[in-house]
Write a protein that binds this ligand. Structure first.
Ligand code: E4P
Length: 217
């Protein structure tokens, strides 16, 4: 399973990238706003840092402008995935840009039927938003499961990029259900390591190392 980091914060990406935990990055207008940076500049910096796909989202709502924006974004680097919303205009932009050989991430997916449309439009990635469904008392994981089944039934190669991940259990469940990729904030990825028994076990080993004066170097 691939890990994408859902942020436009360079330091956070660099920290996880050094550990080999970053297979790609996703950004969106809210994350760009939070970074306080110019979208082109910060996206270029991210692309210089990370080898895998870096999603950069269009700002337009009409297909023609989305396509023009997409063509500008892909000039930043070869690993740009143009992110378009799940609207008919977004799907039209997806079809055109993927036909041209570019990666496209179709975002704001909240139903399996939407995911089916995105796959038919040639999307490289579909981004179902788990957390936002959970927020309104629906089941985000059920959506991942349905999309996995549908894509496997028909052999679509669009990758399922589980997005809007808020908890470590979202990561675990996405892995269990066969999502190809998760994109999560750096804090969630870092929390995956936490276990009290690891801390407790290490404390005991350290106490014994001290008591027995065990030395290797
Ligand atoms: C990723 O592509 C999405 O933009 C992101 O995961 C949305 O997460 P949020 O619902 O926590 O804003």
């Amino acid at each position: 399973m691939k890990f994408f980091v859902d942020t436009a914060e360079i330091d956070a990406i660099a920290e996880l990238n050094e550990l080999g935990m970053v297979d790609g990055v996703t950004t969106n207008p809210s994350l760009i706003k939070k970074s306080g940076r110019d979208i082109i500049e910060v996206t270029k910096e991210i692309c210089d840092l990370v080898d895998g796909p870096v999603s950069a989202e269009v700002t337009a709502v009409d297909a023609e402008t989305m396509i023009a924006e997409g063509r500008k974004l892909v000039e930043i680097a070869e690993n740009i995935a143009v992110k378009v919303p799940l609207t008919w205009d977004g799907l039209k932009a997806c079809k055109t840009l993927t036909d041209d050989g570019y990666m496209v991430n179709v975002t704001l997916c909240f139903s399996a039927n939407q995911a089916l449309l995105a796959a038919k439009a040639g999307a490289s990635f579909i981004s179902p938003f788990i957390g936002r469904l959970d927020d309104i008392n629906l089941d985000g994981m059920e959506l991942i499961e349905d999309i996995r089944t549908i894509y496997d039934n028909y052999g679509f190669d669009t990758e399922i990029l589980a997005a809007s991940i808020r908890t470590v259990n979202h990561v675990l469940d996405s892995a269990r259900l066969g999502a190809d990729v998760i994109t999560a904030p750096p804090g969630v990825i870092k929390s995956l390591i936490n276990h009290p028994l690891t801390d407790k076990g290490l404390a005991q080993f350290l106490a014994d190392i001290k008591a027995a004066d065990i030395k290797i170097l």
